[in-house]
Write a protein that binds this ligand. Structure first.
Ligand code: UGA
Length: 436
C-alpha cells in the first residue's frame, strides 16, 4: 500500500524513471541494485539463484566505467563472491565492486519499514565504497537508523539469520499456544509477559496459524541448505520448518473437532486467505492447506478476502469467493478468521450469522472470548481457554457414556466467567458440561 502514490510523485518530480533499455540504464548509473527473486528451487531446499546470475551476466556485458553493484536480493552466504566471479570473467575487478545490502521490509509495510528501518546493513570491506553507501542512506541514518558495516558474507548471513530467528520466535509461540489450550492459560498473557523482557522483545510473538509468505518458508529452507553445503547442522531451524508444516494440519484437525467430525455438507467460511493482511500474496499461506483439505472432506467453503478472488481455489468445486463478509457468512456453520485484515476486527456477528449454532474459529485472536460468547456464539481461538478441558475430558469421557452431563461445581469457582452449561470438544467427541 502507498507504493503507487510514491512512485507517481517521484516520477513526476523526475527523481524516478523507468526503462527497458538495460545497457542505457547501466551506463547512466553509478550504483546498480539487484532486486530479483530468489525462490526455492523445485523439489529442494536450495534457493534458485538463476535470476541473480542472469542479471550479473547482463551487467558484466554493459560495464564501461566503475559501478557499485549492490545486491538487495535475499541470497545464501557466498553468493556475492559468485556474482563477483561472473562479472570478473568479462570485466577487470578494478571496474566494479559487489556489495551486499539486504532489505528487511515486510510485505504490506514496506514503505514504512524502508523509511524507518531499525538498521541498514552494508556488506563490503572497501572503505571508499562503504562511505558512498553511507552517504546514500544518510537521510535514513539521520532519522535514527543504525548503520552496520560488515563483510559481504556477514551481511548475507545477517539477512537469513534474522528471518530464520523471527520464524523460530513465531513457531515457538505457536507451540506454546498449544500448551496454553491444554492448561487454561491465555497465550496473549504469555506473549505479553515474555515480551516485556527486553532480551526477548514483544514483537513476532503473536500466536496464529503457521507463518507463511514468500520469505520465512523460503529462507528457513535456504539457510538449512546452505548450512548443509558447509557441513553444518542447523537442527533448530530444521525443527521450526517441521513445526510450521505440521501446524497447518493441526489447525485443520481442530476444525474437524469443532464440527464434531461432521464436516460433510457443512458451510465453512474463511475470512481472509492471504498469508497476512495488506497483501494479495497467497504464497505458503496456511489457507492453501486448510481449504483444499476441508473441501475434500465434503464441506462447502465460501471465502472473502479484501484482496479479491484467488486463482489457487478456482479449480475446487464447492469453494466460492464472495464479495463481502456478509455474503461469505450467510448460512455458515463455522466462520474461520484466517487473516487479520482490519475489516475483520469489529464484525457484529449477531447481524451476519443467521444459523443458530454457528461457530467462530478465530486463528488470529481478534476477539475477546467472553464478549463474543455473551452474544451466543461458540467461539474458538488460538492458545486460549476454549480448549482448556480437552485433555481432562479425554480421560473423563472414557469413564462415562457419551452425552452424559457432568456437574463440575469446583470448576465454577475457578472459572466464574463460564456460562453454567456449555459444550466442549474432546478427543473422544462432544461433551456437554453443566453445573449449578
Ligand atoms: C518477513 C520479515 O518480517 C521481513 O523483515 C523481511 O524483510 C521479509 O520477510 C523478507 O525477507 O523479505 P513478511 O514475510 O513480509 O516479512 O511478513 P511478516 O510480517 O514477517 O509475516 C510473516 C508471517 O509470519 C505471516 O504469515 C504472519 O502472519 C506471521 N506472523 C508474524 C505471526 O504468525 N506472528 C507474528 O507475531 C508475526
Amino acid at each position: 500500500p502507498g507504493l503507487n502514490e510514491l512512485a507517481k510523485k517521484n516520477f513526476k518530480a523526475k527523481r524516478l524513471s523507468f526503462t527497458t533499455n538495460i545497457s542505457d540504464a547501466i551506463k547512466k548509473s553509478n550504483i546498480i541494485f539487484i532486486c530479483v527473486g530468489t525462490p526455492t528451487k523445485k523439489n529442494s531446499y536450495a534457493a534458485d539463484l538463476s535470476q541473480i546470475f542472469t542479471v550479473a551476466k547482463i551487467i558484466s556485458k554493459n560495464i564501461k566505467s566503475h559501478k557499485i553493484i549492490v545486491n538487495k536480493s535475499t541470497v545464501p552466504v557466498t553468493t556475492g563472491d559468485k556474482v563477483e566471479n561472473i562479472i570478473s570473467k568479462k570485466i577487470s575487478k578494478k571496474l566494479f565492486s559487489v556489495v551486499s545490502n539486504p532489505e528487511f521490509l515486510r510485505e504490506g509495510e514496506a514503505i514504512r519499514d524502508f523509511i524507518y528501518p531499525d538498521r541498514i546493513v552494508i556488506g563490503t570491506s572497501n572503505k571508499k565504497i562503504n562511505n558512498i553507501l553511507k552517504s546514500l542512506y544518510a537521510p535514513l541514518i539521520s532519522k535514527g537508523a543504525k548503520y552496520v558495516n560488515t563483510s559481504r558474507r556477514g551481511a548475507e548471513l545477517i539477512k537469513y539469520s534474522s528471518n530464520a530467528f523471527l520464524a523460530t520466535k513465531i513457531s515457538y509461540i505457536n507451540e506454546l499456544a498449544n500448551l496454553c489450550e491444554k492448561t487454561g492459560v491465555d497465550i496473549k498473557d504469555v506473549s505479553f509477559g515474555m515480551g516485556l523482557d527486553q532480551r526477548i522483545g514483544d514483537r513476532f510473538l503473536r500466536a496464529g496459524p503457521a507463518y507463511g509468505g514468500s520469505c520465512f518458508p523460503k529462507d528457513t529452507r535456504a539457510i538449512v541448505d546452505t548450512a548443509n553445503n558447509f557441513k553444518t547442522n542447523l537442527s533448530i531451524v530444521k525443527s521450526v520448518i517441521k513445526s510450521n508444516d505440521q501446524r497447518k494440519l493441526l489447525l485443520t484437525k481442530r476444525v474437524e473437532k469443532i464440527l464434531k467430525g461432521k464436516i460433510k455438507n457443512k458451510n465453512i467460511t474463511f475470512l481472509g486467505v492471504t498469508f497476512k493482511p495488506n497483501t494479495d500474496d497467497m504464497r505458503e499461506s496456511s489457507s492453501l492447506i486448510m481449504i483444499p483439505f476441508l473441501n475434500k472432506l465434503g464441506s462447502k467453503i465460501r471465502y472473502y478476502d479484501p484482496s479479491g478472488e484467488k486463482k489457487e481455489f478456482k479449480h475446487l468445486k464447492n469453494v466460492k469467493f464472495c464479495k463481502n463478509i456478509k455474503m461469505a457468512c450467510y448460512d455458515s456453520d463455522l466462520v474461520i478468521i484466517h487473516t487479520e485484515w482490519e475489516e475483520f476486527k469489529a464484525i457484529d456477528f449477531s447481524k451476519i450469522l443467521n444459523k443458530k449454532n454457528a461457530k467462530i474459529y478465530d486463528l488470529r485472536n481478534l476477539y475477546s472470548p467472553n464478549l463474543i460468547k455473551n452474544k451466543g456464539f461458540k467461539y474458538y481461538s488460538i492458545g486460549r481457554w476454549v480448549f482448556y478441558f480437552i485433555s481432562k475430558m479425554a480421560s473423563i469421557s472414557t469413564a462415562a457414556p457419551k452425552g452424559k452431563e457432568f456437574v463440575l461445581t469446583a470448576a465454577l469457582a475457578c472459572l466464574p466467567e463460564f456460562p453454567n452449561k456449555f459444550e466442549i470438544i474432546s478427543e473422544a467427541g462432544l461433551i456437554t458440561l453443566g453445573w449449578s
